[in-house]
Design a protein around this ligand. Structure first.
Ligand code: TRP
Length: 334
């Protein structure tokens, strides 16, 4: 049995790029036999970025509802909110005391913040850097090591964090005994990166996203805004340079994709292609959207699912933390 774990920071509303790049593959992976999956909402990580309590609560609900609506089965996946499992924060401190400051100095996110300050000519290279940002990889190590994770599916920007978790675990094991499993990052090579409205990668930071469960009218409006070139109807078009085609392909079957490719060669007009894309996505997401709307309207149901997930997670984390406490010389709670 292999343990697979991944976390989602609770910032913003899920968009179709998240769906194609993360939600859909993670749900498919959780159905593979021989794996035990943990999936959690990293709300403490999101505190590093945002300080608006209402937005944090809202984003937590939206992300949980979106994953459930897309078919995450909480009977098969341990689905929980990080802050509901206090053992993680306790482990965070123990790991903090095992982590070299020099290791954190090398973290990409921290280095990027420093580089930005230096480029702006700031006297303080650490301007705006909180200890939360600086120690972010340690909390992530606690998330991962708490559940004896073997595999961590992540985007390529997170590989370094998983490697740091491995370093920290090794150092702990060397000093206190072999308690932690050494995790490995797995980067899905085949997941599509969707273009956004302006043709750049769909990302909240570019403000070019299509929300996963935008109501029908909004979905239509957004799709009509997707950038195209000025080729008129009738002129053959290159599907491989078309954001509309890239998005269509991420949802459609290979046969449907081949048929649309042929329409590009025939010179399909942008207006018609937008209409086809809108109808396809709208139909594809209709059931999930209805379920999402139902869940958003019954937050207590989402809450129940998350609390049950936390109970399952804590059935693992409580006894393991006791072992860890004992190993470092702190009294186990029992
Ligand atoms: N840092 C991850 C991200 O921004 C989210 C995350 C937090 C995570 N803890 C984790 C991912 C543990 C994998 C494992 O995407």
């Amino acid at each position: 049995m292999e343990t697979v774990l991944t976390g989602i920071t609770t910032t913003g509303t899920p968009h179709i790029g998240n769906y194609v790049g993360a939600i859909r593959p993670a749900i498919a992976a959780s159905k593979r036999p021989g794996t035990r999956s943990f999936l959690f909402l990293a709300d403490y990580h999101s505190l590093v970025k945002g300080r608006d309590p209402e937005r944090l609560r809202r984003s937590t609900l939206e992300i949980a509802a979106a994953w459930l609506a897309c078919g995450l089965d909480p009977e098969h996946v341990v689905f929980y909110r990080q802050s509901d499992v206090p053992e993680i924060m306790e482990l965070n401190w123990i790991l903090t005391c095992m982590t070299a400051k020099g290791l954190m100095n090398r973290a990409h996110a921290y280095k990027a913040a420093v580089a930005e300050n230096e480029a702006a000519g700031d006297r303080d290279p650490d301007k705006g850097v909180t200890m939360g940002l600086f120690c972010y990889p340690i909390l992530m190590a606690a998330d991962i090591l708490m559940f004896k994770t073997n595999k961590v599916p992540v985007g390529s920007d997170q590989i370094q964090h998983v490697e740091m978790a491995r370093d920290i675990a090794q150092r702990f094991n060397h000093h206190y005994g072999e308690l932690f499993v050494l995790p490995e990052a797995v980067v899905e090579e085949h997941t599509a990166i969707l273009p956004g409205l302006d043709g750049r990668k769909m990302s909240k930071s570019y403000n070019n996203t299509i929300p996963l469960f935008a109501p029908r009218d909004e979905l239509r409006k957004l799709i009509m805004k997707i950038k195209t070139n000025s080729q008129p109807p009738g002129e053959p078009k290159n599907p491989d340079e078309s954001a509309l085609f890239a998005i269509y392909r991420a949802f459609a079957t290979p046969e449907e994709t081949a048929a649309i490719r042929a329409r590009y060669a025939e010179g399909i007009g942008w207006g018609e292609m937008k209409q086809i894309l809108f109808e396809y996505i709208d139909a594809h997401l209709a059931d999930a959207r209805a379920e999402y709307e139902r869940l958003i309207a019954s937050p207590e149901e989402v809450e129940r699912v998350l609390r049950k997930g936390a109970e399952k997670a804590r059935a693992v984390s409580r006894p393991f933390l006791d072992e860890i406490r004992y190993a470092v010389g702190v009294r186990p709670l029992g």
